[in-house]
Each structure stands twice: as C-alpha cells, then as structure tokens.
Design a protein around this ligand. Structure first.
Ligand SMILES: *Cc1c(COP(=O)(O)O)cnc(C)c1O
Length: 358
C-alpha cells in the first residue's frame, strides 16, 4: 500500500519501510527458543550504544508503561517523591506517585519557565526525598529542559532520579550517566511502531527496586534485571515489535548517533527559520525548544489549521494540549521525520494555508 500522507507528529513518527518489513518475520516462541534471548541481549547492547549507558531493559508496552512501571517499582507506600514540572508530563508523574501511595511534592513553574533549580534545592534541604521525577522534552510545549544542573543537585542529596526522555532519546543527547532510570519509547525518535518501552536502570535504582514488593506484575521492573541472563521473561515478549526496533536501531547506529543529532538540529533550524518567514513565533522561545519538536504560536486557530492541513495537503500535525490546546500547532521533526525535505513540505503547505486565510 502506498501512502502519501505525511505524518509530522511528535510521535508516533514515520516508520521506515525496512522496519515494517522486518516486523513481518516469522513469529518465534520466546519461551522455548533460546536464540530469541541471544537476539534480545544483542538488541539491549545496541541500545546501550544509543543510551551511552548500560543495563537496559525493554518492556512490552507503550511509553506510558515505562512511566508507570518506574513509579510502581521505585516508590514504596509513604516514600517522598519530588515531581519537577513545567508541563503536562511533568505533572502527570505526581498522579502515578499517588496511585502507588507515595507522597508527591510537586515543584512546578509555569509552562513557559525553565525548571527552578533554587526552588528544587530548597525543597531538598527542607526534607529528605527518596525519588525525583522529571521530563527531558515536554512534548506538549516543545520545551527541552536543561537537566544537568538539576541532576547534580539530586545527586548531592542522594535522591534517585527518574527521567522521561521519551521524546528526546535518540534525537538529542540525554545526560544518561547521571540519571538513575531513563525512559524511552519505540515510537518517537527511534521511528519504530508504538509498543515498546526502553529504560536504563542504575545499580542504586535496582537496589531500591529489590528492597520491597510492589503491587503489580506488568508494572514490576524487578524481573527485568536478570531476564536476559536467566532467559525468562515475565510475560510473552512482543517479538515483532522487538524485530522492528532492532532494525530501527541498526539504521540509527549505521548513520552514527552524532550525525543523527545533527540531522535533528538541522531539521529544527529549518522549521524555525521558515516559521519566522511566516511571522510565527516559537513557544516558549527558540533557545529552549527541543530539536525534536517545534510548537508554533497560532493563538485560537491551531485546530482549524490542523484540519485544513490534513484535508487539503494530507499532512498530519497536532495541536497543543491542556490550556494551550488551540494556541499552538506542533510539528514533530523527530526520528525518520527529521529531514529537511519533510520539514519543507510541511512548511510549504502551512505557507499556502496561511496565505489563503490572510
Ligand atoms: C509520547 C510521550 C510519552 C508516551 O506516551 P503517549 O501515550 O504517547 O502520550 C511519554 N512522555 C513523553 C514526554 C512523550 O512525548
């Protein structure tokens, strides 16, 4: 089937043909075919190269599974968790913490603002915390948070860090070495279909995970520590999705991770230059926007623009979320979509739509 539709959304992203073809391989039975574990170990070691960090697990489930599993596995009832937030996903972590009977303390700032390092420091000085959560790229606003200073403060206070890097990992450098649990997903910069969560887990985080019994099976990270060595998964793994991810990671490593980062930078720059030509500003400002996604300020007309672009140009974009729902139009230039010609086709169409409307 050919399909001319251009999906420039900040996940799911366009899946290259090689990935789709690889997914049609015969389906193995992971439980009784030991080769499958060789394949899984090989895939996690490729992911270590992408992460720049070791001890990776791949769970069968969309990205949200990773966020919930991290909290379910690390937060014991009564644990204090500092949830850093300047966006929807940052806020969302607090809900998971409460679901698992942790005490969530939200340290937030308005969506346009950077995380407040001093406020974080003073929270940590007031009382001890077990875990802290944060988001690298807040996809609904396109903000890329500068996490290094914050991670340094958390390290000084011996707090386990959980980072949602779902929409940055594989497109932007992520400071994985100073992160205890770093979460990614197949359908963003990796350009594989939705269905898998990837996470790196530090020794310190594993110790915490092993220190208590969580209420859950699907959300329990503990069995994944030794899954590859013991050749036992807690449930039948999503073999076709894993095959697809394997090819997606091969493509990324063949290109070279540094070149992939540069390709994202170039696509973002092109998108923002063209937006400036159209007189559109970037939310919240260009300097803090992620190389993986651009949020264009179009107050009160995001939904109408989205609809026209889809109907008349076969281009799929997304609007903002929450308070920003109709005020920003978001273009994902992540993974396979981080290419100048795709950005140009999108911006050509947007230019046409805006000139007709004006
Ligand atoms: C996409 C994304 C997720 C995964 O969840 P969705 O079901 O796609 O919302 C988690 N965190 C961030 C920051 C994301 O961009």
């Amino acid at each position: 089937m050919t399909d001319d539709r251009l999906r420039m959304t900040p996940g799911p992203t366009e899946v290259p043909a090689a990935v789709r073809e690889r997914m049609s391989e015969p389906t193995p039975n992971p439980d009784v075919e030991p080769e499958f574990f060789d394949f899984y170990r090989d895939l996690t070691s490729k992911l270590e190269a992408v992460y720049g960090d070791d001890d990776i697990a791949i769970l069968g489930g969309e990205g949200i599974l990773g966020l919930e599993a991290a909290i379910a596995s690390l937060v014991e009832p009564g644990d204090r968790v500092l949830c850093l937030s300047n966006g929807l996903y940052g806020e969302g972590f607090a809900d998971f913490v409460e679901m698992y009977d942790g005490e969530a303390v939200v340290c937030d700032v308005p969506w346009r603002e950077p995380l407040d390092r001093e406020a974080i420091e003073s929270e940590l000085e007031d009382e001890a915390f077990d875990v802290a959560t944060m988001v690298h790229c807040e996809t609904p606003t396109g903000v890329l948070n500068d996490l290094e200073p914050v991670l340094g403060v958390l390290e000084d206070h011996d707090v386990i860090s959980v980072v949602d890097a779902v929409s940055s990992l594989g497109g932007v450098p992520v400071p994985t070495e100073t992160i205890d649990v770093c979460l990614g997903a197949s359908q963003k910069c990796f350009s594989a279909p939705p269905g898998l969560t990837v996470c790196s887990v530090s020794d310190r985080a594993w110790r915490k995970i092993e220190s208590f019994e969580t209420n859950g099976l699907y959300t329990d990270l503990e069995p994944w520590r030794d899954a590859a060595d013991e050749e036992w998964f807690p449930y039948t793994h999503l073999s076709s999705n894993l095959y697809g991810l394997d090819t997606a990671i091969d493509l990324l490593l063949e290109e070279g991770i540094e070149d992939v980062f540069e390709r994202h930078e170039a696509a973002a720059t092109r998108c923002r230059e063209r937006a400036a030509e159209l007189g559109l500003s970037i939310y919240p400002d260009e300097a803090r926007s992620s190389p993986t996604v651009t949020a264009l300020e179009v107050p009160g007309r995001a939904a109408a623009l989205q609809q026209t672009l889809a109907e008349e140009h076969d281009i799929v974009l997304v609007t903002g979320l929450g308070d920003l729902a109709d005020d920003v139009l978001r273009i994902g230039h992540m993974g396979h979509n981080a290419r100048l010609e795709r950005v140009d086709r999108t911006m050509d169409a947007l230019e046409t739509v805006l000139s007709v409307r004006n």
